[in-house]
Ligand binder design. Structure first.
Ligand code: NAD
Length: 384
């Protein structure tokens, strides 16, 4: 069995799906590993390191695509790359099956099996494969670091002979995986941190990190959507959150916002007036930008200055920490591979709930019912 590691081609992507240190167990099973030259260079993994770990390195990308049985990736291959894959090959990665399903049509038609890391069920057994959490952790950390780099103030309280500098005040909206990491990072840098989330369960986690949890009376409605996620709220409940956010923004030096509801556009929680209420020089990082953003002024992918406030809307912060992001991602992918590559043979049991949950398509048909429905509704790629 041949496993191919490709150089990612998405603009700004620096991560790689597997690192040289990932290869030992695969090679021990008798899997042959071929790496595209330069695949790991931005993540600190040279061609020489892959070769020393036992892989062969080639500049011939089409031959990797055409011959590999297993193709772990970070992002979905382009349609022209998909067209070179062989029938029965398995692609595993962040394939965006729910927001860009028609981009996978070529591979599905060629009977390539597609597993999406976004769809790995969040159950205890699959925690070690939870790449969404791994990347959210990196993004939460990096959001605070990037905000600190442009904030014209210090984070910690400093008592000096020249007087006292008060600590910076950070406000984190959405205390899920990314938000909790942002809280922990801002606390480590010495900021005073407040946080808001619609899930009451998040309160205890926020407090355990030394931050203040801001409660809003949402009128007793259900805010939990199952699986630890938030439910989509009514406009009235969203408005109560928006009022709290506007009030808190006025005394916050940085806001890191991460609120998401699975399968829905990011909730618009931060009004223009909340941004205007912040002091000039303050920083807002909208980590929900890939889903459209939590702030009504956000332009995904762009950094703007709005009423003197720096508003960042990054689309791929993990790519700004490629070494550790790749290391975490590679471990998630390796754990997933253990489910489908046994003793050097491919064995796909869709009776396994992790595989069934993550499987986008197998043998030419969409397996995931949500993806199947979206593909039925989507125009074929030639019509787009
Ligand atoms: P997410 O990215 O979907 O959302 C981020 C946060 O935004 C969530 O905490 C959510 O409650 C919050 N949010 C949504 N709408 C909001 C609104 N209107 N106002 C304020 N906040 C809002 O979630 P996530 O970070 O991927 O995960 C959320 C939770 O899922 C975790 O805290 C955890 O409990 C659970 N989880 C479980 C596992 C597991 O069991 N393996 C793994 C990861 C996460």
């Amino acid at each position: 069995m041949l496993l191919g590691i490709l150089k990612e081609t998405a603009p700004g992507e620096t991560r790689v799906a597997l690192l040289p240190e990932s290869l030992k167990g695969l090679l021990a099973q008798g899997i042959t590993v071929v790496v595209e030259s330069g695949a790991g260079s931005a993540a600190g993994a040279s061609d020489e390191a892959y070769a020393a770990a036992g892989a062969s390195v080639t500049g011939d990308r089409p031959s990797i695509l055409g011959e590999a049985d297993l193709v772990p990736v970070v992002n979905a291959p382009s349609a022209s790359d998909q067209a070179l894959l062989k029938s029965g090959a398995v692609v595993i990665g962040f394939l965006r099956p729910l927001d860009a399903p028609s981009n996978l049509a070529t591979a599905i038609a060629l009977h390539v099996t597609l597993f999406s890391m976004e769809l790995v069920p969040r159950i205890s057994r699959a925690q070690s494969m939870d790449a969404l959490s791994s990347m959210a952790t990196v993004a939460g950390y990096k959001a605070v670091i990037n905000a600190a780099a442009v904030l014209p103030r210090l984070f910690p309280m400093l008592m000096t002979a020249a007087g006292t500098i008060p600590p910076a005040r950070a406000f984190v909206i959405g205390a899920g995986v990314a938000g909790l990491q942002a809280i922990a990072t801002a606390r480590r840098l010495g900021a005073v941190v407040e946080a808001y989330d619609v899930r009451a369960a998040a309160g205890e986690q926020v407090r355990s990190l030394g931050a203040k949890f801001l409660d809003v009376d949402l009128g007793g409605i259900n805010t939990e959507g199952g699986g630890g996620y938030a439910a989509e709220l009514t406009e009235e409940a969203l408005d109560r959150g928006r009022d709290l956010i506007t009030k808190t923004a006025a005394h916050s030096d940085i806001i890191i916002t991460t609120a998401q509801v699975p399968g829905r556009p990011a909730p618009r929680l931060i009004r223009r007036e909340a941004v205007k209420a912040m002091r000039p020089g303050s920083v807002l990082v909208d980590l929900a930008a890939p889903g459209g953003g939590n702030c009504e002024v956000t332009i995904p992918g762009l950094t703007q200055t709005v009423a003197g406030v720096t508003l960042m809307a990054p689309l791929n912060l993990p790519a700004e920490c490629p070494v550790d992001a790749s290391a975490l991602y590679a471990r998630n992918v390796l754990k997933f591979l253990e489910l489908i590559a046994k003793k050097g043979e491919l064995s796909i049991d869709l009776g396994d709930e992790v595989l069934a949950g993550a499987c986008v398509a197998h043998k030419g048909s969409a397996v995931n019912p949500r993806v199947a429905k979206l593909l039925e509704a989507a125009p074929a790629p030639s019509q787009m």
